[in-house]
Design a protein around this ligand. Structure first.
Ligand code: G
Ligand code: MN
Length: 261
C-alpha cells in the first residue's frame, strides 16, 4: 500500500486501527417503495466515529483510490457488517434488503463472487436481500470484466445496481450489454428536475429507458416533498433521500417490525 493511496487527512495505519478499535460504523439509509412507502432496503454507508474529530463522512477519510489495498479492506469491512446486519434483520422478521457500494474495480475482481458467497453462507443470508451498487461516475474498468461480474453475481442471486446513473461517460453503453437489476438516478437530476425542464426530461427518459429494459428505478437525493411528488409522477419504483430518512445507526436500537416489504 503506497502513501499515495492513503487519504491525506488520515493515514492508512490510523484507519486500520480505527477498524480494530470499533470506530468504523455503518449507518443505514432507508430506500422506500412508492407510492406505498414501505421500506424496500437500506443502503449501508460507512462512517468513522473519530475520538477527536467526531463523526466523519467517507469523503474525508476514504482513500482516493478505492482499488488500493486499503480500499479493499474497507469494502470488505462494509460487506461483512452489512451482510451480518441484514441477516439479523431477517431473523427479527424485518424483510428489508441491504445495499453496499462497491468500486467498479472491485466489482470486476474475479474473486468477489466467491467472497460474497462465503459471506452469505456464513451469515445465512439469502442472496436476494443483498444489492451491490456500482458507482458509474468513475467507471474506467473494462466492460468485459464488468460483464463477467454481472453474470457471476446474477447466478449467485445477488442484485446489481448502477449508482449515480447518468453521470458517467458511457451511461448508455453501460446498459447495452450489462445485466443490472436497478438504476439509481443521480441526485443532480432529481434536484434539478424541480426547476429545470431539461433535467426533468433526462430523469423521465432515464426512468422509461430503465423500465423498458426491465430494471427497477430508484430516485436518490429526494430532499423535499416537491422532489418526492415529481419523481412519483415520473414513475420511479423506489425513493431515497434526506426528506424521507437520514442515514443513521440502526443497531442495536432498531427492533421495529413495521412497514417492510
Ligand atoms: O453515491 P451514493 O449514492 O452512494 O452516495 C451516498 C451518500 O449520499 C451518503 O453519504 C448519504 O449521506 C448521501 N445522501 C443520502 N441522501 C441524500 C440527500 O437527500 N441529499 C444529499 N445531498 N445527499 C444524500
Ligand atoms: Mn450508493
Amino acid at each position: 500500500m503506497s502513501d499515495s493511496t492513503a487519504t491525506t487527512l488520515h493515514s492508512a495505519i490510523e484507519l486500520l486501527e480505527a477498524i480494530e478499535d470499533d470506530q468504523l460504523r455503518l449507518h443505514y439509509q432507508a430506500i422506500f417503495t412508492v407510492p406505498a412507502r414501505r421500506i424496500d432496503s437500506f443502503e449501508a454507508l460507512l462512517r468513522w466515529q473519530h475520538p477527536v474529530h467526531g463523526l466523519l463522512l467517507p469523503m474525508s477519510f476514504l482513500p482516493a483510490d478505492m482499488d488500493s489495498g486499503l480500499g479493499w479492506v474497507l469494502t470488505n469491512f462494509v460487506l461483512e457488517e452489512a451482510v451480518r446486519a441484514c441477516a439479523n434483520w431477517q431473523r427479527s422478521g424485518i424483510r428489508a434488503g441491504v445495499s453496499v457500494n462497491v468500486s467498479p474495480g472491485r466489482l470486476a475482481d474475479e474473486f468477489l463472487p466467491e467472497h460474497l458467497a462465503e459471506l452469505l453462507d456464513r451469515f445465512e443470508l439469502d442472496a436476494r436481500w443483498l444489492t451491490i451498487e456500482m458507482t458509474e461516475s468513475r467507471c474506467d474498468v473494462d466492460a468485459d470484466d464488468i460483464r463477467r461480474a454481472c453474470v457471476a453475481l446474477a447466478s449467485l442471486g445477488v442484485r446489481l445496481s448502477i449508482d449515480d446513473f447518468g453521470t458517467g461517460e458511457a451511461t448508455l453503453t453501460r446498459l447495452r450489454h450489462l445485466q443490472f437489476d436497478q438504476v439509481k438516478i443521480d441526485r443532480c437530476f432529481v434536484a434539478g428536475a424541480v426547476d429545470d425542464a431539461t433535467d426533468r426530461r433526462i430523469a423521465s427518459f432515464a426512468t422509461d429507458l430503465a423500465h423498458s429494459l426491465g430494471m427497477t428505478v430508484v430516485a436518490e437525493g429526494v430532499e423535499t416533498s416537491e422532489m418526492l411528488d415529481l419523481v412519483i409522477d415520473l414513475g420511479v419504483d423506489l425513493v431515497q433521500g434526506f426528506h424521507l430518512h437520514r442515514p443513521r445507526e440502526l443497531e442495536p436500537h432498531w427492533r421495529s417490525r413495521a412497514t417492510c416489504r
